[in-house]
Design a protein around this ligand. Sequence first.
Ligand code: NAI
Ligand code: SF4
Length: 442
Amino acid sequence: MGRKLLLDKAHIPGIRYYDTYRGNGGYAAAEKALKGMTPDQVLDEVKKSGLRGRGGAGFPTGMKWSFIAKPEGVPRYLVCNADESEPGTFKDRYLMEFIPHILIEGLIISSYTLGANTCYIYIRGEYAWIPEILEEAIADAKKNGWLGKNIQGSGFDLEIYVQRGAGAYICGEETALIESLEGKRGNPRIKPPFPAVKGLWQSPTVVNNVETLAAVVPILNIGGEEYAKIGIGKSTGTKLISACGNINKPGVYEIEMNISVEEFIYSEEYCGGIPNGKRLKACIPGGSSVPILPANLLFKTAKGDTRMMTYESLSDGGFATGTMMGSGGFIVLDEDQCVVKNTLTFARFYRHESCGQCSPCREGTGWMEKVLKNIETGKGKMSDIDLLWDIQRKIEGNTICPLGDAAAWPVAAAIRHFRDEFEWHITHPEEAQVRNFGLAHY
Ligand code: NAI
Ligand code: SF4
């Protein structure tokens, strides 16, 4: 059994509520920080832990925090990115819905470390029932002296506010989120300046994912060094993975970052294998934005090493033979699934969610959808495959925010690894029009 640091109390009835959470050791980390540590000491523990951003980019959290500018008389903000919208990703929802106080506790410790007296939780509009859960947790924390003025006699003040998004994927991009929080249209800003220097209302702001901020609680409880002992290399600690698609046991799992991809898919502790004795065809291990990997590259890296559930191992070989950990939205495809259709579904999503600011993304996502639709419905030409390749190449790296890359990478990987499937759709137009799934030739 892997060690659980975030979900260790998830099975306790009533853990959603303050008294139960507190009665089971909750707020001990906040107590430790506020009563016995300076902000720099907390920062040092986070740095020692090796914690990396759990939203998708994997940027070192301690380093991000140390970048925050500290001009005299200017407020600093902490923003919790709860706009979890990456297709296949639903791990933050689980934390907020079932163990909201671990997030609130993490926000208190993180705000204290950053010297932020105001913190916002920006939550996706579709999670319509969760703001109430968070607001109740915030009210209970406040009633018990964990929020407001002079928290637990520490001299530190903090208020946390929940802001509901309106359902735009782009508002999960940190600068679009900031624009939206300011009451504007969620258009990403050009970086630099990074939010750590000029963020919310042009003030220094740290934006971190829900899971990242919650992970600060076990880090303080067990110590940064102990946390760093879990995992492999620079992939330290535990990671929440939301597993879905063709697996026997979809759900949210906490893994130590030292298990293999094969174990994650086939062991009873996690996904429990593929239903109905089907073969594994491919996997998208980090949410829709990361490259799809065919089964033959999934368990071994190009060097012949066992592919592990770590940032480094998943991306080993670059995009030629690897993929990315991303947000941990683990999507499994069995032999009946059509990669062309799957790619079209993602392309439609990105076209719809593009904010339209930059032309490679605005025009390119629409083009990719149209060309993919032609191929998928048997109306494509062989030259369309090269056209698709060309379009995605012109998007990648040429846009303001990573949505452009996120739209391009799945198309590139699908062509790179499943070109024969695209060709089959073109050479079998009649079959392709009636059969969305079940490519027997594969
Ligand atoms: P990024 O790599 O640009 O930035 C990572 C973080 O480090 C940001 O907070 C950035 O401000 C900070 N940073 C980087 N360099 C810095 C510097 N020199 N000074 C100060 N701060 C610096 O990636 P980004 O845009 O934050 O995230 C992209 C990832 O998000 C994608 O890889 C994707 O996997 C993931 N994603 C997750 C979603 C979800 O629902 N969880 C939705 C969509 C995308
Ligand atoms: Fe908007 Fe797309 Fe440009 Fe991002 S890449 S700013 S979503 S148009």
